[in-house]
Design a binder for this molecule. Structure first.
Ligand SMILES: Nc1ncnc2c1ncn2[C@@H]1O[C@H](COP(=O)(O)OP(=O)(O)OP(=O)(O)O)[C@@H](O)[C@H]1O
Length: 580
């Protein structure tokens, strides 16, 4: 709780003056609210009982004036609360988004998209509600309670003490309600997050759902989550509902005590009717905040539950960080793996991998699925750090190179192509937004994308969907390749980038790449011998190890795994199944 408040204050203090003013005005309104019961009592006592009719206008004016003042001041402070809370939440949301950008692959491996979305939206909004509505109500009810109590004691101490007999019970049940709701609020928050994740996944994967005709299965899965969310809400509401009748009964009992004890005191002359009317008005002001304690504490709990979720992101630290004094230098593209081992979890995925590539070399990686090819190239960009051994770029350990600088010089066309909802030009020029059109066209040409782009009525201005909707797998791969080529990297990584292309187009793309002035070191992950045979170095991977390495000719002479793959694929050609 303390931590949550300190966090919110660290953002709110910048707007301390406006927020302080809002709180001050709330207290002023609580003070002005004392006028009404007082003036009503005076009308009963002075005007009606004592017959001072001339004072009626004054008391009525007090009531109307107070109502007007409250309306105006309330408008001002509500605006201030809203203004400050919106600004604060805007900054928190911005900070969170920046944090997402800072986090590394491992963080996104471990967190679901929908869950992160709920943090950025629902949880930040809970903070806004706390700052605007909850704090306001806490201040308002606290002061109205204190002021009304002072007024009651000023009017009649004995009678006030009698009325307050039930107060400890109200406070007790209010706190109990809040305490019992604690777990329920966390459950509501977790179920909301799970529901969000499910919907996000379903929308992203809607094509798979349809392809497998699993709509009904998805609906059932959703219903289960939806019901769990409903039940969590109902559980929480149920806890509140259990205490409402108790608190209401106590409040009604207080009124009964007031009528009974007040009536007796009026009869025996120890208190005037005017005082009874005033105390009746103030009693409500004391009563109401007490009955609200449970609800207000619930709102505070909701805020703390949301903060607990936010802090997991706010204070998360990326595992991949720059070391002290990272080096920046003109990266030429020499890459060396020296006894590299790597694990995601417990199991070693890469085992003792070593190889060397000179600037301008083409290194091809071939091997069964799951052999660790993508994992290997992910270490060059330092998406992950090695468990043992080191990855060197231009003879410098990548851990010592400035992370952003290193990645600026490496371009990756990833296996899982992601395109932004933007124009084709915007997607290709993502890494170099102000590049001239000729460069975009040239990158598209080398990637074998020029022809199909120009066939679209809007050409390079064609808007494509979030996941490249409206494009074939091969077209998306070629756009991803063009995007990688645009930045003219020192190291180019093509992770299965041509797998969706037909043989002819793949051949054209590779020959374009070869014709291009070869300055960059290129890593090609591929399954076809035709894609790797011209490489300067071929790495054959099996179960996380580089089992063979050399040129096409050298590897054939070894008559090992590469030779077997070659024979299998040659066999396929001879059978007319595929060409090499
Ligand atoms: N983010 C991750 N977290 C945990 N394990 C992972 C992760 N990514 C990959 N793996 C595991 O690491 C192993 C190697 O995966 P990798 O993607 O490097 O293989 P690959 O050779 O590129 O396969 P493919 O040819 O199918 O793309 C696999 O067993 C995979 O399950």
């Amino acid at each position: 709780m303390k931590e949550a408040l300190a966090f919110v204050w660290s953002y709110t203090k910048k707007h301390g003056l406006a927020y302080g003013m809002a709180i001050f005005l709330t207290i002023v309104v609580a003070g002005i609210a004392m006028i009404n019961p007082y003036a009503t009592g005076m009308i009963v006592g002075e005007v009606i009982q004592n017959g001072h009719r001339e004072k009626l206008a004054l008391y009525l004016a007090m009531i109307v004036g107070a109502a007007l003042a409250i309306a105006i001041i309330r408008y001002i402070y509500l605006y201030l609360y809203e203004d400050v809370s919106q600004k604060v939440v805007n900054e928190i949301r911005g900070g969170l988004y920046r944090k997402f950008q800072k986090m590394d692959f491992r963080f996104f491996d471990q967190n679901r998209v929908g869950d992160l979305m709920s943090r950025l939206t629902g949880d930040t909004d809970a903070i806004r509600i706390f700052l605007s509505a909850v704090v306001y109500q806490l201040v308002y009810y606290l002061f109205i309670f204190c002021f009304a109590l002072v007024m009651m004691f000023t009017i009649n101490v004995k009678f006030t003490l009698i009325l307050l007999i039930l107060t400890p019970f109200i406070v007790f049940f209010g706190f109990r309600q809040a305490w019992n709701s604690r777990r329920a609020f966390h459950d509501v928050r977790d179920e909301y997050s799970a529901l969000n994740s499910m919907v996000t996944e379903n929308v992203s994967g809607n094509r798979v759902v349809k392809a497998f005709a699993k709509e009904w299965y998805e609906i059932q899965k959703f219903d289960v989550r939806n019901e769990a969310y409903r039940d969590a809400n109902l559980r929480q509401a149920g806890i509140a509902a259990k205490y409402i009748p108790i608190l209401d009964t106590l409040a009604v009992s207080m009124s009964l005590i007031m009528l009974f004890a007040g009536g007796l005191m009026c009869f025996n002359g120890s208190m005037g009717i005017q005082d009874l009317v005033m105390i009746n008005g103030y009693l409500w002001m004391v009563n109401n905040p007490l009955r609200m304690i449970g609800w207000l504490l619930n709102d505070v709990m909701r805020f703390v539950a949301s903060y607990d979720k936010l802090r997991q992101v706010i204070y998360a630290q990326p595992a991949i960080e720059n070391l002290e004094g990272p080096v920046n230098f003109e990266i030429k593209g020499a890459v060396e793996f020296r006894n590299v081992s790597f694990r995601y979890d417990k199991e070693m995925i890469l085992k003792n991998v070593s190889f060397k590539a000179k600037p301008g070399d083409t290194v091809a990686i071939i091997g069964a699925t799951g052999a660790g090819k993508t994992t290997l190239v992910n270490l060059i960009t330092r998406f992950y750090d090695t468990a043992r051994g080191m990855v060197l770029v231009d003879r410098v350990n990548v851990r010592n190179i400035d992370k952003a600088h290193l990645r600026k010089h490496i371009a990756v066309a990833m296996q899982d192509v992601f395109l932004f909802s933007d124009t084709i030009e915007g997607n290709i020029a993502y890494g170099k937004p102000n590049a001239p059109m000729e460069e975009v066209e040239e990158a598209a040409r080398i990637a074998g994308a020029k022809e199909f782009i120009e066939k679209f009525p809007d050409g390079y201005d064609t808007i494509i969907g979030e996941r490249g909707v409206g494009l074939s797998g091969g077209q998306r791969q070629r756009l991803a390749l063009a995007r990688a080529l645009m930045v003219q990297p020192s190291i180019l990584i093509l992770d299965d980038t041509t797998s969706a292309l037909d043989m002819e187009t793949e051949f054209e793309v590779f020959s374009n790449l070869r014709k291009k002035e070869q300055t960059q070191t290129t890593f090609i992950i591929a399954h076809r011998i035709s894609s790797v045979k011209d490489a300067d170095l071929i790495l054959v991977m099996d179960k996380g190890e580089v089992v063979e390495q050399g040129t096409h000719q050298e590897l054939l002479e070894m008559k090992g795994q590469y030779y077997d793959i070659f024979c299998q694929q040659m066999g396929a050609v001879q059978d007319g199944r595929e060409a090499v």
